[in-house]
Design a protein around this ligand. Structure first.
Ligand code: 6GU
Length: 249
């Protein structure tokens, strides 16, 4: 059963390049998912195809009008049947709940994901009141629109679909899946410009390698995520990451 994305945007041209390449491109060729784009301007009511207007009460910027957005959403909803339990409606806005890997895992279980991309100063509030959408942000910084966040969600979700990655374990061993960042990786040569690969990785001792990787992952998580909003505290199991010695080259 393939996952269907519907993306509602005023910039449909931003999507085909990203969707056609790399893991997203291969997964789409394999039929693991598909994307349907809807141009919000097709639902404008005037000959200038305007979808935004000045805010009541004054102030800078423009606001998405309710009529084109409601009609575009209703048109998309009318086009297919899906289990409502497995249908997710997301509005991309910096005021949304910050996206985390746990949320991505949950989205990967859906059969239909509708992404509505915002712009300007935001949406007329009646869009939130009248349409049942979750507000999602991809982090605490401001982007010029919801298209790149929609692509971020698409990428994060599709790579979790069974068959999207070369090795089924790949997505389980990486950052965030167990609440920690990934450990350092090395490949050949063993010494590059005076920097040596840590001895333990060349030892062939799988237990010691696993232990080293676990320790390094915890240390990175501690150093880079401790105290930052949204970080999950690493499981330090008897030692503190700070007291671990820095491996030198
Ligand atoms: Cl979802 N939209 C915009 N415009 N900016 C953002 C964002 C979304 N998430 C983080 N910054």
């Amino acid at each position: 059963m393939s996952l269907q994305f519907d993306i509602l945007t005023i910039f449909p041209g931003m999507f085909p390049g990203v969707v056609g390449e790399s893991i997203l491109g291969r997964a789409r060729e394999k039929g693991l998912y598909d994307v349907h784009l809807t141009d919000l301007r097709d639902f404008a009511h005037d000959r200038h195809r305007s979808i935004d207007d000045r805010p009541y009460g004054g102030g800078p910027g423009m606001v998405f009008k309710p009529e084109p957005v409601f009609e575009a959403v209703e048109s998309v909803l009318g086009r297919r049947r899906a289990d409502p339990e497995r249908t997710r409606r997301l509005i991309l806005t910096p005021e949304g709940k910050r996206l985390e890997q746990e949320h991505v895992r949950d989205l990967a279980r859906a059969e239909w994901i509708i992404l509505l991309c915002g712009h300007y100063e935001g949406f007329d509030e009646r869009i939130f009141l009248g349409l049942d959408f979750e507000r999602v942000s991809i982090g605490d910084y401001v982007l010029s629109g919801g298209e790149i966040p929609a692509l971020v969600i698409l990428d994060a979700v599709v790579r979790l679909l069974p068959g999207a990655l070369g090795h089924p374990e790949s997505s389980l061993q990486e950052s965030f899946e167990d609440g920690t960042l990934d450990h350092p990786q090395y490949t050949r040569p063993p010494v590059f410009r005076g920097m040596a690969v840590p001895e333990v990785l060349l030892s062939g001792n799988h237990a010691e390698i696993a232990e080293w990787r676990r320790r390094e992952a915890l240390r990175r998580t501690h150093e880079r995520r401790e105290g930052s909003p949204g970080a999950r505290p690493p499981q330090l199991e008897g030692s503190t990451a700070k007291s671990l010695e820095i491996e030198s080259f």
